[in-house]
Design a protein around this ligand. Sequence first.
Ligand code: GLN
Length: 197
Amino acid sequence: MGVLALQGDVREHLAALAECDVVARPVRRPTELAEVDALVLPGGESTTIDKLARAFDLREPVLDRIKQGMPAYGSCAGMILLADRIVDAVPGQQTFGGIDMTVRRNAFGRQVESFEEDLPFAGVDGEPVRAVFIRAPWVEEVAPQVEVLAKVEAGPAAGRIVAVRQGNLLATSFHPEITGDIRVHRLFVEMVRGVLA
Ligand code: GLN
């Protein structure tokens, strides 16, 4: 498995995957992408990752692999990169797409740029998942084939969609990679194993 290593919290994802007993490696070049069977798109800054993906000639290869069905998981900026449509993009910002949804960047507003909440997460058993939001996006609307896995429960953003799955693609507005709870990564690893089995 690979973690797109252009910018963002790459190390945290590599560590979470290692805890799931998965050999994960950073992906910075097309040759490295060709060697992995699944890709994590980290949290960070989607505009920067987009620019660097183009500069490193990774954009087209990533698009091709997603079209071919490679499993991918994006957290926060990674969710933005997996969205077919974004609101509040910077001019010229592109995504890889793959999930038929509209995502609003920096959606939670200035007062609550960062916050945490425990959320029930479909497909993750046991305790709710601690969701850490950092200048996070939310999902404004999804096509019928997109499965909603988690929504904000309380406060002004209650009801907003913050975790989704479409086929082999998984995305969360929040960052499980920084909480020490590896259940969302495990879910992704199970998805990948299901595809490869
Ligand atoms: N606001 C960032 C963006 O637009 C995402 C923030 C994050 O990944 N923590 O890419």
